[in-house]
Design a binder for this molecule. Structure first.
Ligand SMILES: Cc1cc2nc3c(=O)[nH]c(=O)nc-3n(C[C@H](O)[C@H](O)[C@H](O)COP(=O)(O)O)c2cc1C
Length: 173
């Protein structure tokens, strides 16, 4: 049976806090420290095995490329506004996550008051563009609906998939 290296930490990048909340929850469940990427770079040895969580920005996982340059990422979670488990192939492609790395999408939330600068402009443009469209796909309709509510979807139940993967991963060791 293949032997896997166990992760030493949960490393994350969060803008408005949802990803940090998931990282901390996961850290508690797996009894691993949860460290923001900048801190992890100063505290963990290079090539450390980590589980990476980053928020989704236009289908890309924020901080992922930096994390893989520095650490050995055994699995990645992309936290977005999208529903649980959706956008997987889009995020994998846009972020160049190889098929060998398990990827999960978790629903974070939307907190308009915490979004600043260019991101604020991008979100306003997206909202305006979607609202103006005469016809919207089901995915576009759902995104517009989610953008119109300031809401957090973070909950422990959403970690079921990643926890099941972790149990299997550690059992194979
Ligand atoms: C500029 C911008 C682009 C975003 N792009 C996406 C996206 O492509 N797909 C998605 O599901 N969510 C997208 N989101 C929503 C965030 O990923 C979501 O709010 C997430 O919970 C933020 O995590 P955080 O609170 O840890 O920063 C975007 C948000 C912003 C501000």
């Amino acid at each position: 049976m293949e032997r896997h290296e166990l992760p030493h930490a949960i490393v994350y990048t969060s803008n408005t806090g949802h990803t940090r909340q998931y990282a901390e929850m996961l850290g508690q469940k797996l009894q691993l420290p949860a460290l923001a990427l900048d801190k992890a770079i100063t505290q963990l040895p290079e090539k450390s095995c980590v589980l990476y969580l980053g928020w989704i920005h236009a289908n890309r996982i924020k901080g992922y490329s930096r994390a893989v340059r520095r650490f050995s990422v055994c699995a990645a979670c992309a936290v977005g506004l999208c529903d649980m488990g959706t956008l997987l192939s889009e995020v994998r492609r846009a972020t160049s996550v190889p098929d060998t790395i398990p990827l999960f999408t978790l629903q974070g939330g939307f907190c308009s008051g915490k979004i600043k600068g260019l991101d604020k402009i991008l979100i306003a443009m997206l909202q305006k563009g979607l609202s103006a469209q005469q016809q919207r796909s089901a995915q576009e309709e759902r995104m517009l609906q989610l953008l119109q509510q300031d809401k957090s979807y973070v909950c422990e139940e959403n970690l079921t998939g990643i926890l099941a993967w972790y149990r299997e991963y550690t059992a194979e060791r």
